[in-house]
Design a protein around this ligand. Structure first.
Ligand SMILES: Nc1ncnc2c1ncn2[C@@H]1O[C@H](COP(=O)(O)OP(=O)(O)O)[C@@H](O)[C@H]1O
Ligand SMILES: N[C@@H](CCC(=O)OP(=O)(O)O)C(=O)O
Length: 371
């Protein structure tokens, strides 16, 4: 079964090997083609986030350097210069299709930190609901590991987990995964489909081939394994293939599909249940317990009668029914002190009491596991 036809929220990652003309500057025509395809998907109601490399290559060109430097501080400087060109180019391309774009620069640490994770998530989801195309790259000014290992593939997977996308499409300079690096073994067999996370896939994947890209196929295989943890399927395909995104969404079998075994919802709930430490306890009234259990709603401040513990926005709390029986766990949107101030209040009063609104609900249903 092909994953893209039914995917509503899609993360598309385009690698350095594709975005650039031999590592010197951007391939503007290629950017224009992907923008046209993404715009067509957006018109069909799909939500698309673009993770794009290319800042360093564009920076090298803008600075007039002949070749990519080795020193990390020079690579970082090139990324800072080139990122301007990258977003400028995408903005121009998407504007032709009547679409607005947004620049998001992230680090892996941002997504490991609970509060920043929630902040990044709500910004991205809000942008998608506004019909804006978020364009994401690594924040190369503050981290260097990714420049060293060339790994926007991992970033693509983390973003897929963050916004619970249905699929991650990694566009690169090969048709997909072969049983061995096709640059070294031209006869290597092509892999059309496999289960994400199978150890044998890692053995097939070698390092980067082009000298422009850096992570190679290995980081893509690991990215697929990570994406599968939130139930997303990964497709690795050639970004040079004519109409690649459109054809994938139409169900054509292009590239390598690495399929996730668990469903998106089951994976999210498992992750919430396994991975976070409990920081506080909320007691709910009977109406809120019913709404959570029977209608799968978010938890609003009005349904909470008591709050214990000290926690920050984004941390895990448990929810008890009036008799003290645990009914749910979830990631809370407000710090303990602010949660206490809005406890029992209708959502419309949050801003008047706190002076700001992070989110209308105390715990969003996507971040809630009902037990
Ligand atoms: N088993 C494999 N199948 C396909 N490509 C492979 C494999 N092992 C290594 N590669 C290499 O990975 C390269 C793609 O990775 P990379 O250059 O990092 O691209 P990107 O910039 O798109 O992330 C290919 O050009 C290819 O030479
Ligand atoms: N963030 C950097 C490079 C990251 C990178 O090369 O990643 P990849 O495209 O996976 O090989 C840039 O925009 O140039």
């Amino acid at each position: 079964m092909r994953a893209l036809p039914s995917a509503h929220r899609i993360v598309v990652k385009v690698g350095s090997s594709l975005v650039t003309n031999d590592g010197r500057g951007l391939d503007h025509q290629a950017l224009g083609r992907w923008a046209a395809e993404i715009a067509a998907l957006a018109r069909l109601g799909r939500e698309v986030v673009l993770v794009s490399s290319g800042a360093i290559a564009e920076g090298v060109a803008r600075l007039g350097w002949i070749k990519r430097p080795h020193a990390l501080h020079e690579l970082q400087a090139a990324a800072a210069v080139g990122q301007m060109g990258l977003v400028e180019a995408y903005e121009r391309c998407f504007r032709q299709h009547g679409l607005k774009t947004a620049q998001i620069l992230l680090t892996h640490d941002d997504l490991a930190d609970r509060t920043r994770y929630l902040n990044a998530r709500s910004t991205l989801l809000t942008l998608l609901s506004l019909g804006v195309i978020p364009i994401i790259n690594e924040n190369d000014t503050v981290v260097t590991t990714e420049i060293k290992f060339g790994d926007n593939d991992t970033l693509g997977a983390l973003v897929t987990n963050l916004i619970e996308a249905d699929a991650l499409v990694i566009l690169t300079d090969q048709r997909g995964l072969y049983r061995a690096d096709p640059r070294k073994c031209p006869d290597a067999e092509f892999v059309h489909e496999a289960e994400a996370g199978l150890p044998e896939l890692e053995a097939m994947a070698g390092g980067a081939g082009s000298g422009v890209g850096t992570g190679g196929m290995y980081t893509k295989i690991i990215a697929a394994k990570r994406a599968a943890r939130s139930g997303a399927h990964t497709i690795i395909a050639s970004g040079r293939e004519e109409q690649v995104l459109t054809r994938l969404v139409q169900g054509e079998s292009i590239g390598t599909q690495l399929t996730a075994r668990t469903s998106r919802i089951a994976a999210r709930k498992q992750w919430l249940a396994d991975h976070l430490q409990l920081r506080g306890t909320l007691t709910l009234d009977a109406g809120a317990v019913r709404a959570l259990r029977e209608q799968g709603t978010s938890l609003l401040p009005i349904g909470v009668t008591r709050i214990e513990g000290e926690f920050h926005r984004g941390e895990m709390v448990r929810c008890l029914d009036p008799a003290g029986v645990e009914v749910a766990r979830g990631l809370i949107n407000y710090d303990a002190a602010d949660s206490r101030r809005i406890l029992g209040l209708p959502t419309g009063q949050i801003e008047a009491v706190l002076g700001f609104v992070d989110e209308p609900e105390l715990i969003h249903r996507d971040n809630l596991v009902v037990l």
